[in-house]
Write a protein of this length. Structure first.
Length: 305
């Protein structure tokens, strides 16, 4: 455990020294080593559009995996979401409301920060033991070896980061202007955030939501646990909005059966357009390039005029 902690701290220190993204629109203000009583410190990049003024008020979009959003030259896989380019297009056309983006960097503890903690409690101990065994056999870094801490991750966002953002920037502070978005595990934590804090987050965009939780669907109890959680904790329809999507290739090829079950839950609870939409993107895989190509869909859903 000591070696793991040293590795995590070393990797965290390295990320904090990273250079700023090169943007085509707007500017980044980096808050390095943002402190927290709940989770590891991390960089938080705040993207401001061209013409940002403290005399105006802006919607706020909180996004996970913040180091992957703006500049492919700085990411581990040379891909990016292209957030600044898509914002330039949509804001320039006045298709969306003015907003700022709070890009929250991930850490080496990403999986246990993003996995919905209360959904884990729906699993039986023998199911948990089997999951750990399967994860160890994949040849990939094992998952679920440490306690899930997504409740603390959300406490960090809601009780530490959001108050800071609202005090330092010209934001609209209410639920109707506070949104959260991510892909894959980031889709799960965005869904979880709005279920746990429906009075804080008005809308969630969940791209390529990783319902399996691991890299296999065979005898996997995780999707059922997540769906049972969603059924029990989905906010009453009226004040919150959900965007879901998935592709059909690579990891995304696993998602449709589970997304259809989630859609059924949403429909049975009374959700319909414009409070909820699910998109299937034929031919799309599981990558930043794929999310970049369709980013305007969730942005229009959350921020459309």
């Amino acid at each position: 455990m000591k070696k793991v902690l040293i590795l995590v701290l070393t990797l965290t220190a390295a990320q904090l020294r990273a250079q700023l993204p090169d943007l085509s629109f707007g500017q980044i203000i980096r808050h390095e080593h943002f402190p927290s009583a709940f989770v590891l410190p991390r960089n938080v990049d705040v993207w401001l559009p061209d013409g940002y003024s403290s005399g105006k008020e802006y919607d706020v979009l909180y996004m996970h995996d913040g180091q992957m959003l703006f500049d492919a030259n700085l990411t581990w896989n040379q891909q990016e979401w292209g957030v600044d380019e898509t914002m330039r297009k949509l804001m320039g056309a006045r298709s969306i409301r003015d907003c700022i983006v709070v890009a929250i960097w991930n850490t080496p503890l990403r999986h246990i920060e993003y996995f919905p903690q209360k959904a884990w409690q729906y699993l039986k101990q023998e199911e948990i033991d089997t999951l750990k065994k399967v994860s160890r056999s994949t040849g990939l870094p094992p998952l679920f070896e440490n306690d899930i801490i997504s409740d603390n991750y959300l406490k960090f966002i809601v009780t530490e980061l959001k108050p800071f953002i609202d005090s330092a920037y010209a934001t609209i502070k209410g639920r109707e202007a506070t949104h959260i978005a991510g892909s894959s595990m980031g889709g799960l934590i965005s869904m979880y955030a709005i279920c746990e804090y429906p009075d804080i987050f008005g809308g969630a965009a969940c791209l390529s939501t990783h319902w399996p939780g691991i890299f296999s669907t065979e005898n996997n109890p995780v999707p059922d646990a997540l769906l049972r959680y969603l059924n029990d904790h989905l906010p009453f329809p009226g004040n919150n909005r959900f965007y879901f999507d998935h592709g059909t290739e690579t990891l995304d090829a696993m998602y449709e059966p589970f997304q259809l079950k989630a859609d059924k839950i949403l429909a049975e609870k009374g959700y319909k357009a414009p409070l909820w939409i699910t998109k299937k993107i034929p031919g799309a895989g599981h990558s930043e390039n794929a999310w970049r190509e369709r980013l305007e869909f969730p942005l229009l859903f959350l921020l459309g005029r």
